[in-house]
Design a protein around this ligand. Structure first.
Ligand SMILES: C[S@@+](CC[C@H](N)C(=O)[O-])C[C@H]1O[C@@H](n2cnc3c(N)ncnc32)[C@H](O)[C@@H]1O
Length: 359
């Protein structure tokens, strides 16, 4: 894998007791078996779905599939290594709510013909009619990935986590977790860090981050009130959390008010200018010396060898800004607005960029 980095330094750990080594070994085995199975069964579903959506589209080149398999393996090992290094608790390895996801299956089957029809007729503007859409930017008013209601219903919010997990063959949460170690490193000396997750969606990242770092004051911002409503249920046990519905291009937060800003899977859904507006806002609300932990799709810059694999995503799904994102190197755009880049690391089909607002 072509990843750059000055990797985050793990803290020194005490050697594990025999009991811990034993339970750790069992968890490791269960985790590997679970993810190998999930990857195989979800990939079969996704391949069949892609065949229905784009029957004439050739499959990804064999050499790229091999590379993806190697990256998959490396991602699981990185996840296990993060636990071994104490960045997050072992329980996160086996936390996927699979029964909750399975309960969505009847709804998926019912909806599939409509989604297929929508994609074939290119009806990316089928949104709930009763809503006042003028409150949302133009680029946002669409059915990204052809999902029913776009970002704008409770139903969409309920289906989202399952759909993303299936699409990424069970690795969506793992890729999100790769953004946790930089947050832990950045907050080691801060007693009660203030952390903002931009475009927090249904809260999957915050849910995991707060298990790794319970003693923080958390904020989640998202433009969808429906996704935030779902997030507030998922995160109801988090003591110190504020969820705010607003546009990340003009955030309702004071300058220099956060120690860490995170953002996961947002930028590939923004047009070029909006990406810069959001990056500028993240810079503004960070304290000098504060860190950004950014995770989104891999890009051509560091992942050219799987370029054809990534481009297929924009061909099959409604992702109008994805191809321009692939070329718009995140490290450069963050530098443009004033950040210093500390590291950039590819993980399967994603990348994590750690950036610092200079003092
Ligand atoms: C692909 S989802 C990612 C959600 C979440 N971070 C995750 O890990 O699953 C993109 C999210 O970005 C939000 N979003 C898109 N444009 C936005 C904007 N301009 N301001 C705030 N949120 C936005 C959407 O509402 C949606 O929840």
């Amino acid at each position: 894998m072509n990843a750059t980095s000055q990797a985050v330094k793990p803290r020194a750990l005490e050697p594990d007791s025999l009991w811990e080594q034993l339970t750790g070994g069992l968890v490791r085995t269960r985790y590997r078996v679970q993810h190998d199975h999930l990857a195989r069964s979800f990939s079969l579903l996704v391949d069949a779905w892609h065949h229905l959506m784009a029957p004439k589209l050739a499959g990804p080149p064999a050499d790229q599939i091999e590379l993806i398999e190697r990256r998959f393996d490396a991602l699981l090992e990185a996840d296990l290594a993060n636990v071994a290094q104490g960045y997050y608790p072992r329980e996160l390895l086996l936390q996927l709510p699979l029964s909750q996801y399975l309960r969505c299956i009847p709804q998926v089957l019912l909806e599939a013909p409509r989604v297929l029809m929508r994609s074939q007729k290119n009806r990316y503007d089928e949104l709930p009619e009763a809503l006042d859409l003028s409150a949302y930017p133009r680029y946002y008013r669409r059915n990204f990935h052809w999902q029913t209601d776009g970002w704008l219903s409770d139903h969409s919010a309920r289906m989202y986590d399952m759909a993303v997990e299936v699409l990424f063959a069970g690795t969506a949460d793992i890729m999100r977790r790769m953004a946790i170690p930089p947050v832990i490193e950045a907050t080691r000396t801060i007693e009660r860090p203030r952390i903002l997750d931009v475009a927090c969606g249904t809260g999957r990242f915050l849910l995991q981050l707060q298990k790794a770092l319970p003693n923080a004051k958390y904020f989640g911002l998202d433009l969808s009130p429906f996704y935030l409503r779902f997030a507030s249920q998922q995160l109801r046990h988090v003591a110190d959390l504020s969820l705010v519905s607003d546009n990340a291009e003009a955030m309702p937060f004071a300058d220099a008010s956060f120690d860490v800003v995170t953002t996961i899977f947002l930028f590939h859904e923004l047009p070029r200018d909006a990406r810069r507006n959001v990056a500028r806002e993240m810079f503004r609300v960070l304290k000098p010396g504060g860190r950004l932990s950014f995770c989104d799709s891999a890009q051509r810059h560091e992942s050219a060898e799987i370029g054809a694999y990534l481009e297929r995503f924009a061909t099959i799904y409604h992702e109008p800004y994805y191809k321009s994102y692939l070329k718009d190197t995140v490290e450069d755009l963050l530098r443009e607005v004033g950040f210093e880049i500390e590291s950039a690391t590819a993980h399967l089909v994603s990348k994590v960029v750690v950036a610092r607002r200079p003092e």
